[in-house]
Design a protein around this ligand. Structure first.
Ligand code: PEP
Ligand code: MN
Length: 338
């Protein structure tokens, strides 16, 4: 339910309405837009609530939100969310590029990659320290040692880092090192983890589950937003279909859909979306043309010897080529390459 406040309402007015919502056992989330201040009411709303709130002096209107997802919807917040990470703004019109290896393997591999992706124009360094792995026998990541290597690459290059957290017990640890915390596809519906990352003050990137509908994905986003963390972006990384030629089917249509129904920035991951390195640049271009706010790309000094996801990793030269193609496209579609 959306409570629209009268123009010129004061902080005191907002508080009065929030107190009332709390008394009813519900939570209010304030969105101060350019045009209006609204309070999103989430929880089990009851039939009399609308009439009760409508009678309050600071309230202009009370509108039920038609979608099951609330705080992530454009109805709640018409303006796009922007997230500042270092000197990069995600969701502000620039195409933000995150790049790096699937997994942090050792210091040299990460530093070399960090320098190369920075030189090619990447804005954020990616690298997994805790790796979700379909097989328990494949590389599972270096854990905290990997986080330390990410931090030293950030110190040297100035690139903020994004890395995945897999379990609620590691959220504090990962938050100490990461500039953006990634929740992976396999954990999109790990609701306890979603709530835990929602309690941090860190930007979060929530990947789409491999068999999740857009609505399920946005409902997962609600778990994070409802904890008060509004620095949330989504990531389309391909979904399971009957097609086996590619690792996943990159759902490009999800990008304009998210832009229509949600204010959350949307990042595209054509590496996991295709599973094949030569498909990464074409799908990156398609994602940018479709309105993605950024890309996350796997890059490795020597993909053939990568411990993880080598087949979909770009060499430094291929990544530089992607960057120049994306840069050219961005200006055509009225976006700014960063
Ligand atoms: C990753 O980013 O390396 C990863 C494991 O991605 P996903 O959760 O999309 O499979
Ligand atoms: Mn990977």
């Amino acid at each position: 339910m959306l409570v629209v406040l009268k123009k010129g309402s004061t902080d005191q007015d907002i508080q009065t309405v929030l107190d009332k919502i709390k008394q009813c056992g519900l939570n209010g989330h304030v969105s101060c837009g350019v045009e209006r201040t609204v309070i999103g009411v989430v929880g089990q709303v009851f039939p009399d609530l609308q009439g009760m709130l409508e009678l309050m002096t600071p309230v202009d209107d009370v509108i039920p939100i038609s979608k099951p997802y609330k705080l992530s919807s454009r109805e709640f917040q018409p303006e796009k969310t922007t997230i500042k990470v270092g000197n990069v703004t995600i969701g502000g019109g620039d195409i933000v590029v995150m790049a790096g290896p699937c997994a942090v393997e050792n210091e040299q591999q990460l530093l070399e990659t960090a320098r190369a992706v920075k030189a090619a124009g990447a804005n954020i360094l990616r690298g997994g320290a805790f790796k979700p792995s379909t097989s328990p026998y494949s590389f599972r990541g270096l854990g905290e040692d990997g986080l330390k290597i990410l931090a030293s690459a950030r110190d040297e290059t100035g690139l903020p880092v994004i890395t995945e957290v897999m379990t609620p017990k590691d959220v504090d640890l990962v938050a100490r090192y990461a500039d953006i915390i990634q929740v992976g596809a396999r954990n999109m519906q790990n609701f306890i983890l979603l709530e835990e990352v929602g309690k941090t003050q860190k930007p979060i990137m929530l990947k789409r589950g491999m068999a999740a509908t857009i609505q399920e994905w946005l409902l997962s986003a609600e778990y994070i937003l409802a904890q008060g963390n509004r620095q949330l972006m989504l990531c389309e990384r391909g979904i399971r279909t009957f097609e086996t030629y590619t690792r996943n089917t990159m759902d490009i249509s999800a990008i304009p859909v998210i832009n229509k129904v949600s204010h959350l920035p949307i990042i595209a991951d054509p590496s996991h979306g295709t599973g094949k390195w030569y498909l990464v640049t074409p799908l990156a271009m398609a994602a940018v043309a479709a309105g993605a706010d950024g890309l996350i790309i796997e890059v490795h000094p020597n993909p053939d010897s990568a411990l993880k996801d080598g087949a979909q990793s770009l060499t430094f030269d291929n990544f530089a080529n992607l960057m120049s193609q994306v840069g050219a496209l961005a200006s055509l579609v009225s976006r700014n390459p960063r």
